[in-house]
Write a protein that binds this ligand. Structure first.
Ligand code: FES
Length: 374
């Protein structure tokens, strides 16, 4: 019998609409249309149910969650029922007035993604002219508003050499936390792997710089690190284990054990209209598919790391081996490891491919004017 703990956090993807066109977009290949998005009442019910099953935090995300006019209402409700509210935003439209209203509603924390440490690289990766400047101003507003700030540095071969500048920039901006997160290659990002994947040498250097920076900024800024584990000996503990600590709700109300779970084609996922979150969290077959250790291949079941990495990433196993129940192929014990390294070397050592930008409905590539400035 698998022991099912309460979830720690809910990732509430309020919309897939986004003014940026990042080539590593983590939204699913098929995005939800605006007309399909859950309404305010449904989101409030879902937040209440999430709290009732034990969730402590809600991360309002997207797409770009500030495009939802009811974000203030949702934060107000989440705060009232005792959920810690985090906003994950591209921040290009985060005005002082909007931020104040979100703070007054109960927002506690803001996470802003940065695609680089200068205008040229950051704007090019985001596919949005002026993004860097707007984000920098928004970060200052977050601090001035007295909110906690996390900077999310999305690392790839075009900005990996800027890592020392990311540390300085985050410290200057007074961020409490810097997340150095290498792009994860599923969904849309997989299409751009040959444009984005850094070399093994670059990743090793990143790891070394992160370790040095952690010592330097100890006590003032926390530095999280998410590696692209193609080059690692063992996989990362993706989502802290399938359906163990987190779950996701898509704009149209699908309930997922991880944001990329829909890349696993044989699983079907319930919606918030199909039953209570409690029932879904505890009993849904897709949530139980890779929960715990019973589902693991024999090598993983015998491995001392089985309750540390929880078998790695199911979506990565799906993307690289065609079967989500296989060992995560980045593990050195996987029969696919050599293939993974070969693929990585081919992509990272060749000339960088052009970006395939991700353009969400209602927006166009490299076009600032399409972004509503709320
Ligand atoms: Fe889905 Fe890792 S991204 S399990």
């Amino acid at each position: 019998m698998i022991k099912i703990d309460p979830p720690l956090a809910l990732l509430a993807e309020l919309t897939h609409r986004c003014p940026l066109s990042c080539p590593y977009c983590s939204n699913p290949l098929e995005m939800d249309a605006r007309a399909a998005e859950l309404d305010t009442e449904s989101w409030c019910r879902v937040l209440t149910e999430a709290k009732e099953i034990g969730a402590l935090q809600v991360h309002f995300s997207g797409g770009e969650p500030t495009l939802r006019p009811d974000l203030v209402d949702l934060i107000e409700h989440a705060d009232k029922i005792g959920l810690y509210c985090n906003l994950i935003t591209a921040a290009v439209s985060l005005t002082e007035k909007r931020l104040d209203s979100l703070k007054n509603a109960g927002l506690a924390h803001v996470q802003i993604s940065f695609q680089g440490t200068d205008t040229v690289i950051a704007d090019r990766i985001a596919g949005y002219e002026g993004a860097f400047e707007r984000k920098t101003k928004a970060a200052a507003r977050v601090i001035n508003a007295g909110l906690a700030l996390t900077l999310n540095a999305v690392i790839n071969r075009h900005n990996v050499e800027q890592l020392p500048n990311f540390f300085k920039m985050a410290a200057l901006m007074k961020a409490r936390r810097l997340e150095v997160a290498h792009v994860q290659y599923y969904g849309w990002a997989l299409k751009n792997r040959a444009a984005l994947l850094p070399s093994k040498t670059q990743v090793e250097r990143t790891t070394q710089l992160v370790e040095e920076a952690r010592r330097k900024y100890e006590g003032t800024m926390v530095i999280d690190y998410v590696v692209p584990d193609y080059y690692a000996r063992r996989p990362k503990s993706c989502m802290n284990g399938w359906a163990r600590r987190f779950f996701n709700i898509t704009p149209a109300g699908k309930v997922l054990p991880c944001h990329a779970a829909e890349t696993i084609p044989h699983l079907s996922f319930p919606t918030v209209h199909d039953g209570s979150l409690s029932d879904i969290w505890h009993n849904d077959p897709a949530f139980n598919a890779y929960r715990g250790t019973d589902w693991m291949p024999e090598t993983c079941q015998k491995c001392d790391n089985r309750e540390i990495d929880w078998g790695g990433c199911r979506c990565q196993a799906m993307a690289l081996t065609g079967d989500a129940a296989n060992m995560d192929p980045v593990c050195e014990l996987s029969p696919f490891k050599d293939k993974v390294l070969e693929v990585a070397r081919n992509d990272a050592d060749g000339q960088a491919a052009d970006f395939i930008y991700r353009v969400s409905p209602g927006f166009s590539e490299h076009n600032v004017s399409d972004s509503p400035d709320r």
